[in-house]
Each structure stands twice: as C-alpha cells, then as structure tokens.
Design a protein around this ligand. Structure first.
Ligand code: MN
Ligand code: MN
Length: 252
C-alpha cells in the first residue's frame, strides 16, 4: 500500500531563487545519481531478496529516497518559480519545459532505467547500493559548493548525510552476511587465478595490500594465450598484396 502525506519529510525553504541552480539540482531528481534512481533501485531489489530483514531495510530506505525525491523536487520548484527572460540563458531547460522538476539531468538528458543496478543476488545488489550512495553523496557535495542559499544548503547537507547513513546500513548488511570483506559470492567457484595480481602498468610502480601476500604478484606478466587463429571472413577482399615479407621479432 502506498499512502502519501502532504507534509514534507524535512523542511525545504529556498531564500533566493536561482533558476540556474535549479537546473543543477535536476542531477539529483532525474540524473544517474539522483533520488529517483535510488528509490526505484532499492524498491525493485526488495522484490527478489529472500532475507526478510534485508528486504525490510531495502523497503525502508527506498521510501526514504522517495521522500528525498520529493524534497529535491520542491527545491527545484522553488528555485524555478520565477523565471524571467534574464534567466533564459542560465536555465534553458525550464524555459522550454516550464518551472518545477522534470525527469531530466542537469544537462537535459532524460532519466533512464539503465541507471538502475539490481538483480540476481543480494550481495551484488548491496554492493551496487554502496556505489549508488557514494555517487549521490558526491553529487550533493558538488551542489552544496555551488549554492550560497542557506535554506538550500541545509536541505542538501541533510540529504548528503542520509546517503552516508544508507551506505553504512548497506555495509552493515554485507558484514552481517560475511560479505563485506569476502569478495566471493554466488555459486560458481573461481579458478586458480583468484589470488594472482598483475603488474600491467610499468614505471614508478607502487605496491599496497591489494598486491602483497597472500596475493601472488606477477612482476612481469607474459601472455599465456598463444596466438589466436586468424579471422575467417568469406566476404573480405581477397586481393594479394605485393611487397609483404614476414619479419622475425626483434630481440630485446
Ligand atoms: Mn537520497
Ligand atoms: Mn540513499
């Protein structure tokens, strides 16, 4: 059951409307890291997660994200309530589509379901969610740096804070499954290269725990695959080249 209350989850009060900033805010309404993406991602994940406690968490956070979507929408509506001709070059999206939020990002690209990461396995879902929260937090930080309006800033700092809380919840859920530090999940066992790491960018190398023991570090990786068979293409041009010779590889 969905039941909407008209009061906002948290206060949203814009002091000085700024249509251009309203356009930036679209990033968190109809953009990849935005609240619609988060709300729909966690909500749809809840349909295929068997664990009741994690399903409950996903539903709680999904609905909080819908609250955030409403707050960002109200911010955009207040920032674009008065667009006169002087703002036309600053906020062209609102001149064309009218004031208020639209499911576009700050560049005018339409929201797309390809932003949503979900499916198959709850570990995959929760790891994707940590990434989503990181993206949302970073976008909010960029937005906070671009506004001087105190009311806007207060709302955005709250929204940024909540994304940190959500990331923490998803990390705790993975930890409770023993999957925060264990990269393996699912039902297909890895092959014997699972502990091998390659040095594939030469010059001024740096090492860290990601390529020290118990990892097996390959300092000078060599190709293991041999030469692949040449392509077979019945439609390709069959003309013979003149002046072509095979040359032995130069010794190093
Ligand atoms: Mn949010
Ligand atoms: Mn969140």
């Amino acid at each position: 059951m969905f039941y909407h209350r008209k009061e906002l989850f948290r206060p949203v009060s814009v002091g000085t409307p700024d249509a251009q900033f309203g356009q930036y805010l679209l990033e968190q309404f109809g953009g990849a890291t935005g609240e619609l993406t988060a709300a729909l991602q966690y909500w749809v994940q809840s349909f295929h997660v068997e664990n009741a406690a994690i399903r409950d968490m996903l539903q709680d956070i999904a609905i909080e994200e819908f609250n955030h979507l409403e707050m960002v929408g109200k911010l955009i509506a207040q920032h674009t309530a008065k667009i006169d001709q002087t703002d036309v070059y600053d906020a062209p999206l609102f001149q064309i589509k009218g004031g208020g939020p639209h499911f576009l990002d700050s560049s005018g690209s339409a929201w797309t379901a390809t932003y949503i990461q979900e499916g198959g396995n709850v570990v995959r879902d929760l790891r994707a969610n940590i990434s989503s929260e990181a993206g949302a937090r970073q976008t909010y930080e960029s937005l906070i740096k671009r506004t001087k309006d105190e009311g806007t800033k207060a709302a955005l700092v709250h929204l940024l804070t909540r994304e940190i809380t959500h990331a923490n919840m998803f990390m705790k859920a993975l930890d409770a499954m023993g999957k925060l530090e264990d990269p393996y999940f699912g039902n297909v066992p890895p092959d014997d290269t699972v502990d091998i790491v390659f040095n594939l960018s030469a010059g001024e190398d740096s090492r860290g725990p990601w390529n020290e023991k118990p990892f097996r570090y390959i300092e000078n990786p060599q190709p293991q695959g041999g030469f692949p068979p040449p392509p077979v293409n019945p439609d390709d041009e069959k003309a013979k080249l003149t002046g072509v010779k095979k040359v032995a590889a130069a010794a190093e």
